[in-house]
Design a protein around this ligand. Structure first.
Ligand code: UDP
Length: 324
């Protein structure tokens, strides 16, 4: 039977793909979003509650009206560079907002809470791939804010004894819905693949931030995972919920790293033309390499395997969306 699921931040990139998959599988995704960075036209798979996670009254209203047992929390500011310039916005929205949301969830009997966390909690890890036991040492306010929220969730679940949680540490979310009518759209756009594809469309060079890293080709290495695969992990929590009071953590990545140059090459192969590139200095806050370790945990406990996360499929799906 279908469940009512509160998708907090469901107008954003990953949240909107998640709402769509929930609806496709017979569930009712209720989107709660303040539309600060999300898009109203991406809310089309279920009811919409316009509100801000820092507003306890709005949160309580949505929880009372829809009585979800499962809450998926995607609402966050998520740009590393912006977080370096405006750290307090990140602590306010991501930490304060999540605390208000958690408080509402505990009070309204939510049983299952899922956080979009990030590989940025690891900072510049000593070992690659990054195991779940790697020290948490974020080097930017974005990563620090998510580290704090993970801890708040763990403490809240333990104290409540009734709510369980799952924290998914995403590596680099990428790609778009295969139908090409839902995808990544940020204003301004700071992410690699959209910027490479924009350069392919309008011929103005994309900026490549740093080619002097200590990596095989000098450019940063990331573990790109398709948005549809990330979303599948969230749906898997319905079948494999945590125990009451428990908090689980998973790395969501493929375990394979790609350099910025390799991504550009894949985009050239997909678009069929040379993409103009300007080499720029390193971007503050960027670790040289981030590749997921312990990926078998999600496989073993949630039955999760990335199916669309090869670079060809990611770039192909993103390109279909960008051309529209
Ligand atoms: N990057 C780049 N040019 C861009 C956007 C990103 O060279 O226009 C690089 C960035 O420095 C990083 C990698 O691409 O090494 C991935 O950046 P993105 O912002 O997509 O994700 P992040 O890893 O910061 O979450």
């Amino acid at each position: 039977m279908g469940e009512t699921v509160l998708v907090v931040g469901g107008a954003g990139y990953i949240g909107s793909h998640c709402a769509r998959m929930l609806a496709e599988r017979g569930h009712t995704p209720v989107v709660f979003d303040n539309l600060s960075t999300g898009w109203k036209d991406a809310v089309r798979f279920g009811p919409f509650e316009h509100g801000d996670i820092r507003d306890a009254t709005a949160v309580a209203r949505a929880l009372r009206a829809h009585q979800p047992k499962l809450v998926l929390h995607f609402a966050a500011r998520s740009l590393v560079g912006e977080s370096m310039q405006r750290p307090l916005d990140y602590y306010d929205n991501n930490v304060t907002g999540s605390v208000v949301l958690l408080e509402g969830c505990v009070r309204h009997g939510v049983e299952n809470f899922v956080l979009s966390s990030t590989a940025a909690v690891y900072g510049v890890p000593e070992r690659m791939p990054i195991g779940l036991d790697a020290p948490l040492a974020p080097i930017n306010p974005y990563g620090a804010s998510k580290m704090m929220v993970e801890r708040a969730i763990e403490d809240a679940c333990r104290a409540s004894g009734a709510m369980g949680a799952t924290c998914f540490r995403y590596f680099n979310a990428a790609g778009a819905h295969p139908e090409g009518d839902l995808g990544e759209r940020h204003e301004p756009e700071t992410h690699l693949i959209p910027n490479v594809l924009k350069a392919a469309v309008n011929g103005t060079p994309m900026s490549l931030f740093g080619d002097d890293y200590d990596t095989p080709d000098g450019t940063c290495v990331r573990d790109y995972v398709h948005v549809q695969d990330l979303v599948e992990a969230h749906l898997a929590v319905l079948a494999h919920p945590p125990r009451a009071g428990e908090t689980r953590r998973y790395n969501l990545g493929t375990g394979e790293g790609l350099s910025v140059k390799q991504v550009i090459l894949a985009c050239e192969a997909e678009t069929g033309g040379k993409i103009p590139v300007d080499i720029k200095p390193r971007r503050p806050g960027d670790p040289p390499s981030l590749v997921a370790g312990d990926t078998e945990k999600a496989r073993a406990e949630l039955g999760w395997t990335p199916r669309r996360s090869d670079v060809g499929t990611i770039v192909g799906d993103a390109w279909r969306w960008h051309r529209r």
